[in-house]
Ligand binder design. Structure first.
Ligand SMILES: Cc1ncc(COP(=O)(O)O)c(C=O)c1O
Length: 448
């Protein structure tokens, strides 16, 4: 009998296994981010360049995690590395204004249609926290409308009721009073939105504008226009959470791609060029709730915003270098074309092998759902809709992740990934072969 996917994984990664055993004595479940929790142990990576990374056992891996979507120009891009090193030599924190933060903010204004003003944070979670607080301060209302399965980071206002079937919040530890102010409904139903907003209680509507979990459940762009009208007519702040889609689905994000301008946008990941960083940008009258004015305003109306590492010089250097490359759209054309080839050929593997499933995506991201027959993307890579794509069962997810790592390919979680502007045709060729081998092994184990 041939070796199982799991046995191969264990055999190929002895150093990772040893390091994980030590990590398990330091970190809960041995990891520092939920998504990196992989059984029986995750791989430990030592170095990375362009579209590839190497683990501590010397395995060479085509990487589609790409810094959780932050590395639009791949690992260690020379322009970004040079900007970071130059700035690190000059100083990592001045505790003062600096030229690079100004240039970084100006680039955000140039690229993102809604960005009349910008405020930097240290992460996407901080960006959505601030956007929601600004909306509450601006409208004087408490409630937040979000959509099921849409992810906006891990602060109290957004972790609740992410799963509509759950009887308790997805994350324990959120006060019920906070939970009661966050209402989550299915995406795409404008009548349900109207019904909620008509109560006049809602400060904001927040969403991932290409659909839940970076488009795992794709969203019809017509819903964005309908939301724009509904929120405007109820004086509710519309927040596009473009932490993943910003600078990726077009240089100006989803709002530039589809021509729908929200009131506020949250950004992170690509924004900061692979360093920590986030931002909230948008309508001047909303962002300026942070502005200092006279004493009564400062004491009672103003939204405070400290944050030690906001717009730190190293993140500003990396982010500025990244946005300079993003602006032309030339790297998008390349990344999108590679992604289209990847999606098309992975679907051909399923067609050829008879394994049920589908691969779809948008621009330079893709999602894989094995286990059920499904239609093929019609034009390019996009899911043909209107029904939701099938969701991959957890056990297939785990098996695919392991099997692909065994063949030198790493996915974000076990079911998707980000193509960068520096992946090569050879990386894509390797991935297609790896995928064919992986689904063959899954079939041999009666999983698909
Ligand atoms: C859409 C979206 N919003 C917010 C966040 C939170 O960003 P961060 O991990 O930088 O806190 C994420 C993280 O993946 C995200 O995907």
């Amino acid at each position: 009998m041939s070796e199982s996917i799991l046995d191969t994984y264990v055999r190929l990664h002895p150093q990772s296994a040893a390091l994980y055993e030590e990590s398990s004595r330091v970190f809960p479940s041995g990891v520092t981010h939920d998504v990196r929790y992989v059984t029986p142990f995750p791989i430990f990576v030592e170095r990375a360049q362009a579209g590839r990374k190497s683990d501590v056992d010397g395995n060479d891996i085509v990487d589609f995690v790409m810094g959780h979507g932050a590395l639009f120009m791949g690992h260690t891009h020379p322009d970004i590395t040079a900007a970071i090193v130059e700035q690190a030599n000059k100083g990592t924190h001045f505790g003062a204004n600096h030229r690079l933060e100004l240039e970084w903010g100006q680039r955000v204004k140039e690229l993102v249609p809604c960005a009349e003003e910008v405020r930097f944070t240290s992460s996407g979670t901080e960006a959505t926290l601030m956007a929601i607080r600004l909306a509450r301060a601006h409208t004087g209302r408490d409630r937040l409308l979000k959509f099921d399965h849409h992810f906006h980071g891990w602060h109290d206002a957004v972790v609740g009721s992410r799963n509509p079937e759950a009887e308790s919040p997805e994350s324990a530890g959120v006060p019920s009073a906070t939970m009661s102010n966050t209402i989550s409904i299915p995406q795409g139903d404008i009548d349900a939105v109207e019904e909620r907003l008509a109560t006049g209680d809602f400060a904001a509507v927040i969403l991932e504008p290409t659909g839940a979990s970076w488009g795992t459940l794709p969203l019809d762009p017509a819903f964005l226009s309908a939301l724009r009208d509904a929120t405007a007519s109820h004086n509710t702040v519309l927040i596009f959470d473009e932490v993943v889609t910003g600078f990726r689905v077009s240089p100006g994000g989803t709002q530039a791609r589809y021509g729908v301008t929200p009131d506020l946008t949250t950004l992170a990941k690509i924004l900061a060029g692979g360093m920590p960083g986030g931002a909230v940008c948008g309508r001047g009258d909303v962002i300026s709730m942070i502005e200092f004015r006279d004493s009564p305003w400062n004491a009672r109306k103003r939204v405070q915003h400290p944050g030690t590492f906001n717009a730190n010089p190293v993140s500003a250097a990396a982010g500025g270098a990244m946005l300079a490359m993003v602006a032309s759209g030339e790297h998008h054309a390349r990344a999108d074309a590679l992604n289209e080839r990847l999606v098309r050929e992975l679907n051909s593997v399923l067609d050829r092998t008879g394994v049920p499933g589908v691969i779809y995506g948008l621009a330079s991201y893709f999602h894989i759902a094995l286990g059920q027959e499904a239609p093929r993307p019609q034009a390019g890579v996009e899911w043909p809709g209107p029904d939701a794509p099938p969701q991959m069962p957890g056990k297939l997810n785990v098996a695919l992740k392991r099997a692909l790592i065994n063949h030198g390919v790493d996915l974000m979680g076990g079911s998707g990934g980000f193509v960068s502007g520096v992946h090569t045709d050879a990386d894509i060729d390797h991935t297609i072969k790896a995928f064919e081998a992986a689904v063959g092994e899954m079939r041999a184990e009666d999983l698909v």
